[in-house]
Design a protein around this ligand. Structure first.
Ligand SMILES: [Zn+2]
Length: 343
């Protein structure tokens, strides 16, 4: 962390903003260790690896999910060796992390590799980045940041970013902050440790569906956004109105994960109830998605791929088809979509 973040923080326990810093380990980039104390309720939040930990006293549901994540947080190499997220692992796979999200075409980013899903969603991330039209002056909060490559990209553009997550993948940020600095916090997204009206943008990829109360998260995001601010969510799963809940959600629940399958109307209703008067859903190109996925899997050229490429080269035709497909997608399956809501 850097000291400048202090004046925006809010104690998640008492909601007060009298936080004081006790410096521990400091390096040439940031404060790596120490603690933050609340002057109002005396809560103490530890700083470790540069990350402020606001998870003490978090809800049991959150801690259960954190434990489930912790059990699976490792990188697997081509020989099947598993590496927990330690300083040595971060150093060993440095080039892989720095190649996120598009990857370097190595095993890790291919089918079955630890970062397959990141590569296969990389086009969606860059499309979101383009859509955000950042000038470099924005203050951005990334929720569910995971390795936090997105925050790293925001910081490189010049934005002041904060990456928030509950899992240890966030520790990989130590690598990214050497190039462009941003702050990181461990925190529950239902109780964001920032004061009202702090951010211009809240960004999240595949994170809000972990909440069993979407309305509550939206209202918390609404609170920390400035007037005119925007929340953008990408890669969230959703279910068609007539589609049954995929069995994977039950498996995830057994493991301790909190994933929930919401429909598009659920998403929009929750945003509205959370205080957002204006929100929009965009259904994204199916051809782009298909091509990105199959390029990564080195699928030999076939009719479907040629058709997808035809649509990529004839955007007008794809747009008309996508418009016709909106209702069927809403009813049965959305695939790629994103939500934006404005305060
Ligand atoms: Zn407090």
């Amino acid at each position: 962390m850097r000291e400048a973040i202090l004046k925006f923080l809010r104690c998640p326990a008492c909601k007060g903003n009298l936080l004081t810093l006790n410096r521990g380990l400091v390096d040439n980039i940031e404060i790596r260790g120490g603690e933050i104390t609340c002057g109002r309720c005396a809560a103490v939040y530890k700083i470790e690896d540069g990350i402020i930990d606001f998870l003490n006293n978090a809800d049991e549901r959150i801690m259960r999910e954190r434990r489930a994540m912790d059990a699976e947080e490792y990188i697997t190499d081509a020989s099947g060796n598993k590496y927990r997220i330690t300083e040595a692992t971060i150093e060993k796979f440095k080039d892989k992390f720095l190649a996120m999200p598009q990857g370097d075409r190595s095993y890790f980013f291919k089918r079955g590799g630890s970062f397959q899903s990141i590569t296969e969603a990389s086009d969606r991330f860059y499309s979101a980045l383009e859509n955000l039209r950042l000038t470099g002056r924005e203050k951005i909060l990334e929720i569910g940041a995971s390795f936090s490559f997105a925050s790293s990209k925001f910081a490189k553009i010049g934005c002041s970013a904060v990456a928030l997550d509950i899992g240890n993948y966030l520790k990989v940020s130590s690598l990214f902050v050497k190039n462009a600095y941003y702050d990181r916090v461990f925190s529950d997204m239902h109780n964001i440790p920032f004061q009202d009206n702090t951010f211009d943008i809240v960004f999240g990829a595949a994170v809000l569906h972990h909440s069993n109360s979407l309305k509550e998260v939206f209202s918390e995001i609404h609170r920390v956004l400035k007037t005119g601010g925007r929340v953008m969510l990408i890669n969230e799963p959703s279910r068609g109105i007539f589609e049954r809940v995929h069995p994977v959600f039950e498996e995830m629940e057994k493991k301790g994960y909190g994933d929930i399958s919401y429909t598009i109307p659920d998403w929009l209703r929750s945003a509205r109830r959370g205080g957002f008067k204006k929100s929009k859903i965009e259904f994204l190109s199916l051809a782009d998605d298909y091509i990105t996925r199959h390029k990564n899997r080195d699928t030999p050229d076939n009719f479907k791929l040629r058709l997808a490429r035809f649509f990529q080269n004839h955007r007008g035709i794809e747009k008309i088809l996508l418009a016709i497909l909106i209702l069927p997608r809403l009813l049965f399956r959305q695939k790629s979509w994103r939500l934006s809501a404005y305060k």
